[in-house]
Design a protein around this ligand. Structure first.
Ligand code: TA6
Length: 284
């Protein structure tokens, strides 16, 4: 385990040649995804693993609410609760390593959000690709609404040289400008300041350039996660976060697939499926 990751509640998926993924049962947070030994995800050196708040980095799961929530913690309880190992890592006949972790309602979640549910997070690791499947089961009688998102922190050696391709022509909500809506005109979206935007109904796959140590791009394909949140706290807000280094904004970009612009309704006994696939490709 990397030095600053605690042992204990982590599950390692290993498909050989230093192609691995590490998920922490706290918040079902992916802490690491390595492709031939190159770390693609970002976790703050100051991340806290006390189980009381979300881990700052990796891919925490946002459920049942994206953003500030009057019933409980911001971004909901999914990234704070301790999930359970449902299917231990096993290699299938194609060489894909598959594992699943799950979360069910309990007294604590029902006090905030009085519904019965079961989340199953199935991870599929191959040599240069990684798929995260989230199924949200309504095990209650009554219907419930939620928003959900995979809050992916992607590593970069230089935020100024990292861009997101695939957002051109989309309407985005700018949370830094009182939720003002604008249209993205750029083929490649670079950041040189605090960004906090929700790109709505993104139909295309995305490419995040120069991730990891900078020699690879990350191709992101989503299913049922049409809204793409792009976030970087930048310098001022980085200083305000106790679990984030002052200069760490230079080494991460959040590109987050979600169903957040309008809530999903799932009837009793039914389920909602969503997923994202990450593929590492050589940088152009
Ligand atoms: O992903 C964007 C965002 O909603 C930002 O507004 C910022 O709050 C970020 O999530 C991190 O939120 P957190 O509660 O983890 O500090």
């Amino acid at each position: 385990l990397p030095s600053h990751f605690p042992a204990g509640d982590v599950v390692l998926l290993d498909c050989g040649d230093d192609n691995t993924a590490l998920v922490h049962l706290h918040g079902a947070t992916l802490l690491s995804w390595k492709v031939n030994g190159e770390e693609i995800l970002f976790v703050s050196e100051k991340a806290v693993f006390d189980g009381k708040k979300a881990i700052r980095g990796g891919i925490p799961i946002v459920f049942p609410n994206f953003g500030p929530w009057k019933l409980g913690p911001q971004h909901g309880f999914g990234r704070i609760k301790r999930w359970s190992l449902a299917i231990p890592p096993t290699k299938d006949k194609h060489g894909t390593v598959i594992a699943a972790i799950s979360l069910e309602d309990d007294e604590e979640t029902r006090r905030m959000w009085n519904y019965k549910f079961r989340l199953v997070y199935t991870l599929e690791l191959q040599a240069t690709s990684f798929t995260m499947n989230l199924s949200i089961h309504n095990t209650d009688i009554k219907a419930f609404d939620f928003t959900t998102l995979l809050h992916s922190y992607i590593r970069t050696p230089d935020i100024l040289n990292t861009s997101v391709t695939g957002l051109s022509g989309l309407v985005y909500v700018d949370k830094l400008k009182k939720n003002k809506k604008s249209t993205e005109l750029r083929e490649k979206v670079f950041m040189d300041e605090n960004y906090d935007r929700i790109y709505l109904e993104c139909p295309k796959d995305l490419i995040v350039s120069h991730v990891g140590c900078g020699k690879h791009n990350l191709f992101i394909k989503t299913f049922n996660l049409p809204d793409i949140v792009i976030w970087n706290p930048w310098e001022e807000k980085a200083k305000e976060m106790s679990d984030f280094g002052d200069d760490e904004y230079k080494y991460m970009i959040c590109v987050e697939g979600g169903m957040v612009s309008s809530p999903v309704t799932v009837n009793g006994g039914k389920q909602f499926e969503c997923s994202q696939t990450f593929i590492v490709t050589p940088a152009d």
